[in-house]
Design a protein around this ligand. Structure first.
Ligand code: FE2
Length: 192
C-alpha cells in the first residue's frame, strides 16, 4: 500500500519542475494554505464532513491538483483541455495500487472535478464533495490573484492582460453567486 506521504511528495516534485509560471510550486503551496484555512473555518462551524478529513489529504489534493498543467507553459492551449480530469488520471496511473482506498478516491474526485463550472456543480450537487469545495474555492481565490496572472502571462501586453483578467475575474465572481461559500472565500473573492 502506497502511503499518502508519497502522493504529497510526488505532487511537490511535479510542481517544483513545472513549465507553467502560474501553476508552479508557489501556486500549489498557496492552494494548500487556502484549503487548510477554509477547512479550519468549517471545523469551527462544526460541519460533520470536516471531521473525517486529515491535513495530509488536503496536502495531497493541493499539491497534485495541477500536475497535468505543470507539463505545459501558460501559453500552450493543450493545458486547458480537460486539465482536471487529466491531472487525476496521471495520479491514478502513477499510484494504481491504492485505487481501493476510500481516502484516495476522495482525493482523485476533488482533483478530477475542481475546474468545472459553477453551473456544473449547481446541477450536480453530488460531485461537489467536501474536499472538492475546499479545492474549488482555493483555486478560485488563486484565479483572482493578479500578481500570479502577471507572472504567468509576462509576454502579454499589460493592457490586454488587464482586460482579460478583469473579464475572467468578473465571470468568476458573478458565476459563484449561486454556490454556498465559506466566509474565507467571500473575504478573498476580490479583484486585484
Ligand atoms: Fe490550480
Amino acid at each position: 500500500m502506497i502511503s499518502i506521504k508519497k502522493i504529497i511528495n510526488y505532487g511537490i516534485e511535479c510542481m517544483s519542475m513545472s513549465l507553467s509560471k502560474s501553476h508552479d510550486i508557489g501556486h500549489a503551496k498557496r492552494i494548500v494554505r487556502h484549503m487548510k484555512n477554509i477547512h479550519r473555518e468549517f471545523l469551527e462551524k462544526g460541519y460533520e464532513e470536516a471531521f473525517g478529513i486529515t491535513l495530509e489529504t488536503i496536502e495531497a489534493v493541493g499539491y497534485c491538483h495541477d500536475i497535468y498543467k505543470a507539463g505545459f507553459t501558460d501559453y500552450d492551449p493543450r493545458s486547458l483541455i480537460l486539465e482536471d480530469f487529466r491531472s487525476a488520471r496521471i495520479l491514478s496511473q502513477r499510484f494504481p495500487s491504492i485505487h481501493s482506498s476510500v481516502k484516495y478516491e476522495e482525493i482523485l474526485h476533488a482533483i478530477r472535478y475542481h475546474n468545472r463550472s459553477t453551473i456544473f456543480f449547481f446541477l450536480n450537487r453530488n460531485k461537489y464533495s467536501y474536499i472538492t469545495q475546499l479545492l474549488y474555492e482555493a483555486d478560485n481565490i488563486e484565479a483572482l490573484n493578479y500578481s500570479r496572472a502577471v507572472k504567468g502571462f509576462d509576454r502579454t501586453p499589460r493592457l490586454i492582460l488587464n482586460a482579460g483578467y478583469i473579464l475572467y475575474g468578473m465571470y468568476i465572481l458573478i458565476s459563484n453567486i449561486i454556490l454556498n461559500k465559506s466566509e474565507y472565500a467571500k473575504e478573498h473573492y476580490r479583484l486585484g
